[in-house]
Design a binder for this molecule. Sequence first.
Ligand code: MN
Length: 463
Amino acid sequence: MKIYFITGSQYLYGEDTLIQVESDSKKIVEFINSKIDRVTVEYAGMVKTPEEAVSLVKKVNYDDECCGMMVWCHTFSPAKMWINGLKILNKPMLHLHTQFNRELPYDEIDMDFMNLNQSAHGDREFAYIVTRLGIPRVSVAGYYQDEDTISEIKKWVDVAVAIDHSKKLKVCRFGDNMRDVAVTEGDKVEAQIKLGWQVDYYGIGDIVKEINAVTAEEVDALYAEITNLYTLKTDDVDAVKEQVKYEIALKRFLSARGYTALTTNFQDLWGLKQLFGMSIQRLMVEGYGFGAEGDWKIAALGSVFKVMAKGREGVTAFMEDYTYDLVKGEELVLGAHMLEVSPAVASTKPTIEVHPLGIGDREPPARLVFDGIEGDAIAVCLVDMGTHMRLICAEIELVKQPKAMPKLPVARLMWKLKPDFKTGAKAWLQAGGAHHTVVSTALTADDMELFAKLNGLEFIHIK
Ligand code: MN
């Protein structure tokens, strides 16, 4: 992917100045490029007339490889000429408020120097019109070679790439949402308008057909691979192979149709021997977004956030607030799911286990069991308020589980709410936060705020 870099200027100062503006812009782009590897930053040109603004923004809009636009005003750049261009911009923008020279040459500075290097002036004019037009964007201020400036640009790039993914995202729903559940529902049309998500339904029979077409040879090959990765803690090889079959079929079905996120529902299992367990766990760790009980919003968020976090340290996973340890002052949340916990958050080598499960009324499903990691994280959900979508982000601290849980046959994570249990829990409840979340140790509240802002979502930050 690429980012187009556009420089604002004007004809007032003569040809020589414009030649200098272009040459300096290319040097800045070259430097930024040497520090960023996720995208290529490409100098796209200079805006000196309204026509150039429109034509450069069109270039940004219509290049499928481009996921955003950076703008910097080297000189003054009268902003009325930007209006028609900015009005049609449909990709994320970063306004880089920097300067070609770091230091002021006190002994040498004259009017020519001041006219050439007036980002302080030109960027204010540009920012005014962007604000007046109500265009959400990121403003990064600082010398372009500074580490903090580059780091802010990188964070925006991650969000811009994630938004590009979001606009093309397809979510596959096997079955509908769980009957009677409120928070996993929502307006799919609004989600597609705001976030780009195409959310499609398939009857469970469609995946059952795919499962039945998987051959024994395919199952044996993947079974050997999986039992090498994890510790097999069951004699029920057939049950494990059943999940292996599901994994092959799910991946085949999703990749043939371009889906990177999926939902399932334990109320819709016709033709299946087991609930989806280990198969979903392994899909999640490969990058698929997942939502249980038909929760397509969290499935989509999972896929988008995994793309955002790519290349960063840390992990991103589907989670559910399940039960509490309410020891006064030491309150902990136990997060888990019936089966579907991503091995991305494992601190111990996962074991493959087969246990009965009351829910779903099927044969005992195979699943991966492990303890969770520690560290600072965020828990995020998206809820539909009827009038708008709300992104809620809580800061949490993942902790080591205080004691072993020998009878709990699912993977789990444990965490502390911030700033404390009472405040954090009350804020989440008051905000109407969901029980399904995406937990990430790679992303931060700043990323979430930016994602919300650029997508027109309400943002609530609990810290
Ligand atoms: Mn659930």
